[in-house]
Design a protein around this ligand. Structure first.
Ligand code: HEM
Length: 146
């Protein structure tokens, strides 16, 4: 299975940063959630991500007509749960919600890039950014509908 370049690069960076994360004892499941600023911090990251998506011509057309409130709430819950927080994602399965979109590698990378930018804007440490991206990599085949 082929993974997008950004995912491969980030996982490699993660491997290289392994010593650092061990030193910080950030492998505990709940610590990523805390580093992201708990649910309110994640909600703020997702809000900034939405502004970036609207400005990004590689992906904004896909989002026309989307219920922004619902998307914001569901994505926040999903990232909260994935980061080890006390949330339950109650939206649709990734394969189902992206089924008819024909999401390309370029678009997947664009969204990941915007998420990283949004985390930068919220002063999330690089190690925590990488850990969240790593947890999103398994969703790649579902979102690409492979
Ligand atoms: C890591 C990558 C991604 C994650 C974690 C993700 C996550 C999500 C989540 C949680 C939802 C809400 C599902 C629901 O409400 O039931 C959603 C919906 C959606 N996603 Fe993604 N997504 C990703 C990539 C993409 C990409 C690359 C595109 C297009 C360029 C995209 C376009 C959409 C659209 C348009 C919706 C709204 C669907 C609807 O309301 O009918 N997503 N995504």
């Amino acid at each position: 299975m082929r993974y997008p370049a950004i995912a491969v690069a980030l996982v490699t960076m993660l491997a290289l940063a392994g010593c650092q994360s061990m030193a910080e004892k950030t492998d505990r499941p709940e610590s990523l959630y805390l580093q992201l600023g708990e649910r309110s911090g994640i909600a703020s990251i997702v809000e900034d991500l939405l502004y970036l998506i609207v400005e990004d011509e590689r992906i904004n057309e896909q989002f026309s007509g989307v219920d922004v409130r619902q998307f914001h709430s569901n994505l926040t819950d999903q990232l909260c749960e994935l980061s080890g927080g006390p949330c339950t994602y109650s939206g649709r399965e990734m394969r189902e919600s992206h089924a008819d979109m024909n999401v390309t590698d370029t678009q997947f990378n664009a969204l990941a890039e915007n998420l990283i930018l949004a985390m930068e804007q919220n002063n999330i440490p690089t190690g925590a950014q990488n850990r969240l991206i790593k947890r999103l990599v398994p969703l790649y085949p579902q979102i690409r509908n492979l």
